[in-house]
Design a protein around this ligand. Sequence first.
Ligand code: ADP
Ligand code: MG
Length: 260
Amino acid sequence: MTPAFDSSNLEDMLTRLRLSTIRDNLNVFLEEVARQKMPLEQSLKYLCAQELTRRNNRRITMAMKIAHFPCVRTLEGFNFEAQPSVDKAQIQELAACRWIANSDSLLFLGPPGVGKTHLAVALGRQAVTLGYSTLFVSAVELIAKLVQAQKRSKLEEELSKYAKPKLLIIDELGYLPLERDAGHLFFQLVSRRYERGSILITGNRGPGEWGDIFNDPVLAAAILDRLLHHNYCVIIRGDSYRLKDRRSSDNIQKSENDLT
Ligand code: ADP
Ligand code: MG
């Protein structure tokens, strides 16, 4: 009987074991093992750690692509001093993603430019890093996709697409009022995700104004009932960060002019 594998061919065995990182970097890793004079168990741990680290990095890269973030934003890049209405400790607590493990919802509400999308993307990236499947979509795109899908009798497919990720980030809800039918589709999605997956919504209107967004106070109340049941709400106040930058550069310009 021919053996199932050739025990003299390390490369082949590593391929069969799907240990491609060890296979592709074998010489480098073996040199390191020799240089550090690692005993056998430590060498094995070192090799396994290399394989798992690269595998994890690949998973993260892939999941970041699938998440469709519109930009790269991080918590490290968020200037908490410039935004005193945001509690740094609360955001750090949210970054541990326990709320996602519990399928809770999160709302970031406030005027334009105060960092809602920044924080949503930063927390989304954190969720991906911790292994939670994530999808980012603007409210306008989400609604348009659901409406189109309904017209083409593909609503079920589209709803499952948005119901699937453990975290769904819906950006900029409320900038445009929704047709009543669109509101119903939104409600279906929220109901489907309820207690199964987290929703993070950013928007410019407080819950009291959601009746206007959905053109229907009863529907808005039903949506809010589900969203607010297990929910964290972060109200961000203050001036736009974009304008703040512009203002401070205006000031620099002004003081430069003053100097001349
Ligand atoms: P919003 O979604 O509330 O309208 P954004 O999150 O899009 O605002 O913020 C506008 C721009 O300002 C983005 O480029 C964002 O990265 C930046 N920004 C806002 N707040 C902060 C902050 N506190 N620290 C660093 N950058 C910020
Ligand atoms: Mg935004």
